[in-house]
Design a protein around this ligand. Structure first.
Ligand SMILES: [Zn+2]
Length: 166
């Protein structure tokens, strides 16, 4: 951004830092297709959630977050489970996202699963079928500041100076 433009915007009150904070931003669930190792059915898993920040701020880069990022702090799980309701996922042949025991940890971990039999899909195999990566259902994510304190990958994208349009 040219310096003169920066100053003009700052003086005119149109320049804001991290304009997306506190807003509800449309997001897309990106998925890949799998054949379940247990029941053999075709199912989809959630690879990442993409915040479509350019819909609110034209030209703004998008930010991606994984389901595992929400497992890093105590309240994260509840937020994620509300964000990805089982019925919404099921209607798109996506397995339920919830805590499951995987055998590698003493507590259940947030994981993908089969849409048909519910079996755990290990995060190690998330990228095995990346050629089938495709956008799935749309959701809305509220970028509250306490959420952003936890989700560094999103914060790194939205922490920027921005000119308000119009
Ligand atoms: Zn299955």
């Amino acid at each position: 951004m040219p310096f003169t433009e920066f100053v003009a915007g700052a003086l005119g009150g149109r320049l804001k830092f991290a304009p997306a904070i506190g807003l509800t931003i449309p997001a897309t669930i990106w998925t890949t297709e799998k054949f379940c190792y247990k029941c053999g059915c075709e199912t989809k898993i959630v690879n990442f959630i993409r915040l479509n920040l350019n819909q609110a701020f034209p030209g703004h880069p998008h930010a991606d977050v994984t389901i595992y990022d929400f497992d890093e702090w105590p309240e994260g799980r509840a937020i994620l489970l509300k964000l990805l309701p089982k019925d919404l996922l099921a209607s798109h042949n996506i397995g339920e996202v919830k805590p499951r025991f995987g055998g590698w940890s003493s507590r259940p971990q947030i994981s993908n699963g089969c849409a048909h039999c519910g079996s755990l899909h290990s995060m190690m195999h998330d990228l095995d079928d990346i050629d089938t990566l495709a956008p799935g259902p749309e959701i809305q994510l509220n970028l509250e500041s306490n959420l952003l304190q936890q989700l560094e990958d999103i914060r790194n994208v939205i922490d920027r100076w921005w000119f308000e349009q119009g």
